[in-house]
Design a protein around this ligand. Sequence first.
Ligand SMILES: Nc1ncnc2c1ncn2[C@@H]1O[C@H](COP(=O)(O)OP(=O)(O)O)[C@@H](O)[C@H]1O
Ligand SMILES: [Mg+2]
Length: 277
Amino acid sequence: MRGAHLAVEGITHRYRRAGQPAVCDISFEVNPGEALALVGRSGCGKSTLLHIMAGLVPPTQGTVRIDGLSVVEPSPRWVVMFQQPSLYPWMSVAQNVALGLKFTGRKREIATRVPEMLRLVELSDYADRNVQDLSGGQQQRVALARSLASSPEVLMLDEPFSALDAFTRGTLQRDVRRIAKDLGITLVLVTHDLAEAVVMADRALVLATNPGRISKVVPIDLENRDDLRTPEYAEARARLAAAYETAAGRELESSGTGGPSATPDDDGLNAARPAAR
Ligand SMILES: Nc1ncnc2c1ncn2[C@@H]1O[C@H](COP(=O)(O)OP(=O)(O)O)[C@@H](O)[C@H]1O
Ligand SMILES: [Mg+2]
């Protein structure tokens, strides 16, 4: 398995009946095997962009290419994971993991791929269990194993861990990054959580809202992502927070509303700001 190169070229998307485009003239590239985060406040168009990149939504303008191939529909080569794991509750863990292979006519691979994927996400002992008996974090691991079973070249994640408790979230963030790096998969992560972006990504694109556009590109060069008490981690986090604030500032200017009420509490910045109340 190896990661694909991803090129987003001049993407603009306007939803029907919407005045402003949700995202406007967005272009960037992701290198094979790179982990990229799309960061920004709620409503800045992160999900729209990810859905377009996955071929789930055709853009109003622009093209997405994966290894030069224009993306026009979903494919097992580029898979998306959402906040909800969307498992079939009446099936076992192994049956859920096998689904992608089953639907894409690769049934013969099930016997080898499924145990391999369960090992990867550390759920081998749960193969025959009903998914309803698993915790939220374990269910996301099942969804991850199912996504990886088809040997994708790109894994896209849309706020996949935001429903989980902090400890489970932290473990999954590290595991997903490690697995993607081990397999060489290109990772695209959508999040409003700055800590998540720092832990998981090699680079973050910070988006501004109304319309969604790239405000800043922040490289995240961290040698050690297991210890979050290092000065390097604090420095990367502070740089990302500053870029996020700048993007929010631009929003206030362009929307003309201004005022502190325009910044919601859940923008992921609070932890970076010492007691800003
Ligand atoms: N299906 C839709 N129809 C109309 N407008 C939408 C639809 N989905 C999202 N939007 C709008 O597009 C903008 C970007 O939304 P979204 O991509 O979900 O942002 P994010 O994921 O960053 O929170 C928002 O203003 C949102 O209201
Ligand atoms: Mg979203």
